[in-house]
Design a protein around this ligand. Structure first.
Ligand SMILES: [Zn+2]
Ligand SMILES: [Zn+2]
Length: 324
């Protein structure tokens, strides 16, 4: 590189200007945090106006921390000990770290998800007269409910696609992909702000198809259970059913170090098939390595030796730090 005239004359390089404090921050990440705060503000205002804030938060717990989901996590954990895809100690660092995320999920993420749903419904609902499909009000439940859940799954696929395509969203999604020791607990290893786009997009089909009829909470719980099972440390492909429903082996390919562009499906594989992103696993292939090459997110398998909670704080702060 050619220096400036003054540098050449003086024979030294001018001192570099020190970056300002805000140059250390990732501004798109702050923007997403601000958007999320705005949706939560709308949700709280709406529920306070209706006088049922605690009722809605309790209902969110019933849906997202149902006994069925807790039982699924316990039973899957036992299956992982009996038929592990990768053998490792029960207190492997990845398991301990993801257990911390389970606690965060219970304390912070479930109320956050509930309020995001309410806020998104309140915001999108203001446009319902434009987007509501009025004939759907006369469709039978056996058609309308599966259709709405499938459309919500499609919206979740789209949000996941955006997580991988847009750098601002990837900064939050990368934490989920950083796990090198997948287990059923990895389902809860997610930055709280990773959920904003998914909940906003998944609200649209509900407003379009079922604005006046709530979906049975049991169906939502079953949906969440299937989505949770996909991270299990198991080789299960679900056989022929795995062509339709995302299996642990199918989703593991999405977490592989070299094939994250495939298998974006959350519960149904149809969206991957339609988009040409489906790659079905074979039991003979064996489990590949998971995680992120170069470890851009600090991970427990690194050499820091930091306590789990301190590392968790570092992982949550990481998306807000500007990268060179
Ligand atoms: Zn992903
Ligand atoms: Zn995953």
């Amino acid at each position: 590189m050619i220096g400036t005239a003054s540098e050449l004359t003086l024979g030294h390089t001018a001192p570099q200007a020190r970056p300002r404090w805000w140059q250390h921050l990732c501004l798109p990440s702050l923007a997403l945090a601000g958007l999320t705060a705005g949706i939560l503000w709308v949700a709280v205002a709406e529920l306070l106006r209706q006088g049922n804030l605690s009722t809605v938060l309790t209902a969110g717990w019933v849906e997202l921390a149902a006994p069925l989901l807790i039982a699924l996590v316990v039973v899957t954990g036992i299956c992982e000990r009996i038929w592990p895809a990768e053998g490792r100690p029960i207190l492997a660092r990845g398991h301990v770290q993801d257990a911390c995320y389970l606690a965060l999920h219970a304390m912070v993420v479930i109320p956050l998800m509930t309020m995001l749903s309410v806020g998104a419904a309140a915001l999108i609902g203001t446009q319902s007269r434009w987007i509501e499909l009025r004939p759907a009000a006369h469709w039978p439940g056996w058609l309308l409910i599966p259709l709405t859940i499938a459309a919500m799954d499609g919206a979740n696929w789209l949000a996941h696609y955006a997580d991988h395509r847009l750098d601002a969203l990837w900064r939050f999604h990368a934490l989920h992909h950083s796990q090198e020791e997948l287990s059923v607990l990895t389902s809860f290893r997610a930055h709280p702000l990773m959920h904003t786009t998914g909940f906003v997009l998944a609200t649209i089909p509900v407003v379009v198809l079922m604005p006046a009829r709530p979906i049975d909470p049991v169906l939502i719980t079953i949906y969440v259970c299937i989505g949770t099972l996909q991270h299990a440390n198991l080789r299960w492909t679900f056989g022929p059913v795995g062509r339709v429903i995302v299996s642990p082996a199918y989703h593991r390919l999405h977490h592989a170090m070299d094939t994250q562009a495939v298998n974006l499906g959350v519960v149904l594989t149809i969206w991957d098939i339609l988009a040409g992103y489906a790659r079905f696993p074979s039991r003979a292939a064996g489990p590949g390595r998971t995680g992120l090459a170069g470890r851009p997110v600090p991970v427990e398998q690194g050499n820091s030796g930091a306590p789990a909670l301190l590392l968790l704080a570092g992982q949550l702060i990481e998306p807000f730090q500007a990268r060179d």
